[in-house]
Design a protein around this ligand. Structure first.
Ligand SMILES: [Zn+2]
Length: 383
């Protein structure tokens, strides 16, 4: 879920929203103002119900944010990198950079979110009792009462021991602590996550099919989201294990064919690219300096009429944006940089000299090879 707009920084953490939050906000405010509040507490004006509905929805998102801030602040205090918080369709996500260093860190970061929701549930419950005791209107009491219930549900749901839910992270930390094997712990927590996701999808489909409520579809989507997150985590640890100990120089295609940066795109297409059978060419200037990386996919965007006048360097990805790697660097470290680069390729430099290129094909070839060489790893993992 991408961030569509930025709200600001809270406690030093960047907070943003995906547009889907607006849909959820509207759904919550509408269902409270048009159905739940009038049904449970009749006799108020339409405006009264809408004010109560909107106020409740705003405070609900604030308590959701508090849950995510709990994760982010504790993670940062325990030395993890925090990239920010995004609120979206299924609540919030605290984006943390990298993995927890120890099970204790993982456990605390995972547990604090539901902890915050539990505390919020208690405070809202106390407010509801207090408001009622001093004789406030039924509709006003209904606001903290609803917030107490929803925060309790949020805490309990997130504590289900199924990755990527908070409870799944706590489960992973406990298994990791017990067996000392982070990979095995991750796979177990992710499998629990998959099972739980299937249960959610099944229940959601049944609810929808039986016509109980259209809300069943929401559970189907939520289940599907959890399923893909659990799968990605499982695949991620497998990849990390398979690539453990593999260096960039073991993976790269050595001594890549370069092309002169001064050539026009038309000149390159007339024979040069075809005769070399590659789809990416590092470009070098007259002094042998690297200028950029030209890929065939980049040429697709260039109109045919402009090929004879466009120098290759202008059609290429500038060298400052191409990820580079050291030959002795673990290939795992390069994966992240390659993943976010526009062309999916990295150049390998040895003391500034171009010695190789790494493409997605190189990575998948070594993954297949390592999977064949070490079947014991893939035997206990299904990707
Ligand atoms: Zn959480």
């Amino acid at each position: 879920m991408n961030e569509s707009f930025r709200i600001g920084r809270i406690a030093g953490v960047a907070v943003g929203c995906n547009w889907s939050v607006l849909v959820v906000f509207w759904l919550i405010a509408w269902s409270l103002a048009a159905e739940q509040f009038p049904d449970a507490h009749p006799g108020y004006s339409r405006t009264g119900y809408w004010v109560a509905g909107v106020v409740t929805a705003v405070v609900f998102f604030a308590s959701l944010l508090a849950h995510e801030l709990g994760h982010a602040v504790v993670a940062r205090r325990l030395g993890m990198k925090v990239e920010g918080i995004t609120l979206w369709l299924f609540g919030g996500v605290a984006k943390l950079g990298g993995d927890a260093a120890t099970p204790q860190v993982e456990w605390r970061v995972g547990a604090v979110g539901p902890g915050v929701s539990l505390v919020a549930a208690g405070l809202f419950g106390a407010a509801a009792v207090g408001f009622d005791a001093v004789g406030m209107s039924e509709l006003v009491v209904a606001i903290p009462a609803w917030l107490a219930r929803i925060n309790l549900i949020l805490a309990v749901f997130n504590l289900v021991p199924a990755y990527p839910l908070d409870g799944g992270r706590v489960l992973r930390a406990l298994l990791w602590q017990r067996h000392g094997d982070r990979v095995r712990a991750t796979i177990s927590a992710a499998r629990a996550g998959r099972t739980f996701a299937y249960v959610l999808i099944g229940l959601g489909l049944a609810e929808f099919a039986l016509g109980v409520s259209a809300g069943g579809l929401w559970f189907v989507f939520l289940g599907w989201f959890l399923l893909s997150a659990a799968r990605a985590e499982e695949a991620g640890v497998t990849t990390n294990q398979l690539l453990d100990g593999v260096r960039v120089k073991d993976v790269m295609s050595a001594d890549p064919v370069t092309a002169p940066a001064s050539m026009t795109v038309a000149e390159l297409l007339d024979g040069y690219i075809l005769s070399h059978r590659f789809s990416a060419f590092p470009l070098i200037d007259d002094d042998g300096g690297l200028v950029g990386l030209l890929t065939l996919s980049r040429l697709k965007g260039l109109p045919a009429a402009e090929r004879s006048t466009t120098p290759a360097s202008r059609a290429a990805c500038p060298i400052s944006e191409v990820p580079t790697a050291d030959p002795d660097e673990p290939v795992i470290h390069l994966l992240e940089r390659i993943g976010t680069s526009p062309d999916g390729r990295a150049l390998v430099l040895d003391e500034g000299r171009l010695v190789g290129i790494v493409s997605p094909t190189d990575i998948s070839r070594v993954l297949q090879f390592e999977a064949l060489r070490r079947p014991e790893l893939t035997g206990r993992v299904t990707v």
